[in-house]
Ligand binder design. Structure first.
Ligand SMILES: NC(=O)c1ccc[n+]([C@@H]2O[C@H](COP(=O)([O-])OP(=O)(O)OC[C@H]3O[C@@H](n4cnc5c(N)ncnc54)[C@H](O)[C@@H]3O)[C@@H](O)[C@H]2O)c1
Length: 440
C-alpha cells in the first residue's frame, strides 16, 4: 500500500494526477473548476448531457460562475466533461458530488450515491482515491459506499483509498469562497486521510483531519442541524414576541451587541434550500435506526414548516383590518428564491406560501429579479407558470398586498413602501413602522 500511496502522493504534488468529479451541480462544478485552476487535469462526469455539452462549450449554467471562468479552463484543456462513466479509468482520484435528497416518506434517498459507487467499482483500479462529498448520515461511507466499491475484490485501505469530506458553502455570499473555507477530511485509514488532505490542500487554504469518515459525516450534519434548530428558535421567538407586542428584530439588534455567547439568526417565512430542510432528517433517520430520538430536529421541522401559515395569518388579519379578505385578493410576493441574493428556488418557503394563497382563493403574483419564471408548482401542475412581474408603481398599486418573502438587496424597498397599499414584511426589512407595513 505504501507504494500506491507514494505514487498518488507524488502525482498530486506534481499536479500530474487526473481528478474526476462526479455530479457537476452546485457543489461539483465549482470544485472541478478549483482543481483545474490549481493545475490538475479534471474530468467531470454528469448524467445530464445538456450540462456536459454546455461545459464543453466553455459555458456555465450556474449563475455564480461567469462563462469566462469555465471557458478559460476548457480552452486550456484542463477541464472537460463527459456522460461516459467508462472514462473513470482515466482518473487517479474521484470525488462524488451527487444529490442526497429525501424520499416522499422523508427518509434518506441514497440512490444517487449507490449508483455512482457501483459505476466507480466497475472501473476501480489499485491506488485510486475515492472521496464522498455528498451530505449524508454518519456511517454512509463505511456501510454503504465501501461494500459497493469492494464488490469487485479490491479492498479499501489495502488496494485503494477512501475518504469522506463534506462540502461547506455559503451561497450568495461574497465573503466565503471555496478556497478560503477549511475542509474537514476523514478517511477509512490514515493513508486515505492523508491523501485526501493532500488533494484538497491544492485548492483550499486549510484542511482539518478527523479520525474517521463517521466524524467527518457527523460534523457536516451538526453544522446544518445547528442552523435548522436556531432558525426554528428565532422563528418561534418572533411569534411569541409579536403576541407580546415586542419587535423581534429590535430585540435581535440589541442581543447581537453581546460580544460573546450569542450568535444571531434572523426569523423569516420558514426555511429553504437544498440543505437545511433536508440534511437534519438524515440524522433523525439514523438516530431512529440506532434506537434513539432526534427531538430537536423533529421540532425544528414542525416550527419551520408552519411559518408560511403564520405569515398567511398575518396577511389575512391585516386585510381584514381594512375590510378585505384573502379570497379574491391580489397578492404580490417579493422574492421567491429560498435565500437573499441567490437564484435557487429549491425548497423555498415561497412555494408553501403560494400554495396556501391559492388554496385560500387569493390571486398571487411575484417579483424576483433572480427568477424570471417560477418552477411549476408541485401541488398545482395545472396552474400556468408564473412569471416575475416588473416592480413598478403600477404593479404595486394594482395589488391588495405585497409580501416580502425573500429580501434580495437589489429590490427597491422605498418604492414598495411608497406605492403598496399593504406590506407584510416577513424578513424585517422595514425597521421604521408605518401604517401600511406589518411585520410578520
Ligand atoms: N448546493 C449546496 O449549497 C450544497 C452545500 C453543501 C453540500 N451539498 C451537498 O452536495 C451534494 C450535491 O448537491 P448539489 O447541490 O451540487 O446537487 P445538484 O443537484 O446541483 O447537482 C448534482 C448533479 O449530480 C448529477 N448526477 C446525479 N446522479 C449522477 C450519477 N450517477 N452520475 C453522474 N452525475 C450524476 C446530476 O445530474 C446533477 O447535475 C448533496 O449531497 C448536497 O446535499 C450541497
Amino acid at each position: 500500500m505504501s507504494d500506491l500511496y507514494q505514487r498518488l502522493s507524488d502525482a498530486i504534488a506534481s499536479r500530474s494526477a487526473t481528478v474526476g468529479v462526479i455530479g457537476l451541480g452546485y457543489v461539483g462544478l465549482p470544485l472541478a473548476l478549483a482543481f483545474a485552476r490549481a493545475g490538475f487535469r479534471v474530468l467531470g462526469f454528469d448524467l445530464d448531457a445538456g450540462k456536459v455539452a454546455t461545459l464543453n462549450r466553455g459555458e456555465t449554467y450556474l449563475l455564480d460562475f461567469p462563462d469566462e471562468q469555465v471557458a478559460e479552463q476548457v480552452r486550456s484543456q484542463r477541464l472537460s466533461a463527459t456522460t461516459d462513466s467508462d472514462r473513470l479509468t482515466e482518473v487517479d482520484a474521484v470525488i462524488i458530488c451527487v444529490p442526497t435528497p429525501l424520499t416522499d416518506k422523508g427518509q434518506p434517498d441514497l440512490g444517487f450515491v449507490e449508483e455512482t459507487a457501483r459505476s466507480i467499482q466497475t472501473k476501480l483500479a489499485p491506488g485510486q482515491l475515492v472521496v464522498l462529498e455528498s451530505t449524508t448520515y454518519p456511517g454512509t461511507t463505511e456501510e454503504v459506499v465501501r461494500p459497493l466499491l469492494e464488490a469487485g475484490g479490491l479492498r479499501a485501505g489495502r488496494d485503494f483509498f477512501l475518504a469522506y469530506s463534506p462540502e461547506r458553502e455559503d451561497p450568495g455570499s461574497a465573503s466565503f469562497r471555496l478556497e478560503s473555507i477549511p475542509k474537514v477530511v476523514g478517511g477509512v485509514d490514515s493513508l486515505s486521510t492523508r491523501l485526501a488532505e493532500a488533494l484538497y490542500a491544492a485548492v483550499v487554504s486549510s484542511t482539518v483531519a478527523v479520525s474517521s469518515t463517521r466524524v467527518a459525516e457527523a460534523s457536516k450534519l451538526t453544522e446544518n442541524i445547528f442552523r435548522a434548530v436556531n432558525i426554528a428558535l428565532v422563528n418561534e421567538l418572533k411569534i411569541i414576541f409579536d403576541s407580546l407586542g415586542v419587535d423581534v428584530w429590535e430585540v435581535l439588534d440589541a442581543a447581537a451587541t453581546k460580544p460573546f455567547g450569542f450568535m444571531r439568526f434572523d426569523p423569516g417565512p420558514g426555511w429553504g434550500g437544498h440543505c437545511i430542510p433536508i440534511d437534519p432528517f438524515y440524522l433523525a433517520w439514523k438516530a431512529r435506526e440506532a434506537g434513539t430520538e432526534a427531538r430537536f430536529i423533529e421540532l425544528a421541522g414542525v416550527i419551520n414548516t408552519q411559518m408560511p401559515r403564520y405569515v398567511l395569518s398575518k396577511l389575512e388579519a391585516a386585510l381584514a383590518t381594512g375590510g378585505g379578505e384573502l379570497r379574491g385578493s391580489r397578492v404580490l410576493l417579493i422574492g421567491i428564491a429560498y435565500k437573499r441574493n441567490v437564484a435557487d428556488p429549491r425548497e423555498s418557503p415561497a412555494f408553501a406560501f403560494l400554495d396556501l394563497l391559492i388554496r385560500a382563493g387569493a390571486l398571487p403574483a411575484y417579483h424576483d429579479p433572480f427568477l424570471p419564471a417560477a418552477p411549476r408548482m408541485r401541488n398545482w401542475p395545472e396552474l400556468e407558470v408564473l412569471e416575475s412581474q416588473p416592480l413598478t408603481p403600477e404593479t404595486l398599486q394594482s395589488h391588495d398586498a405585497v409580501v416580502i418573502v425573500t429580501d434580495h438587496d437589489s429590490i427597491d424597498y422605498d418604492l414598495i413602501a411608497e406605492h403598496a397599499r399593504l406590506v407584510i414584511d416577513a424578513r424585517g426589512r422595514y425597521r421604521t413602522r408605518s401604517e401600511n407595513i406589518v411585520p410578520a
